[in-house]
Design a protein. Structure first.
Length: 75
């Protein structure tokens, strides 16, 4: 039984990452077309998965840990 639950959680996570995701309208900024509390299903298939675009290694400042001259970012 625990294996089925684990498989279901992994399947839902992968579907949310790569296929579609549900969003809920939190404010009235789009009130003429959407109401507060409306649910949207957004397809991610048309745009594909996105990889975070970071130019540095997280949790480092200017140089790599335990080194003096190695930069942690790309110029």
């Amino acid at each position: 039984m625990a294996g089925c639950i684990d498989l279901a959680v992994i399947a839902v996570t992968l579907i949310n990452i790569f296929c579609f995701q549900e969003y809920k309208i939190p404010t009235g900024s789009m009130e003429k077309t959407l109401l507060i509390g409306d649910h949207l299903y957004v397809s991610k298939v048309a745009y594909g998965p996105r990889i975070p675009n970071s130019h540095c290694i997280p949790f480092t400042q200017h140089t790599m840990p335990l080194t003096k001259w190695t930069k942690s970012y790309v110029e």
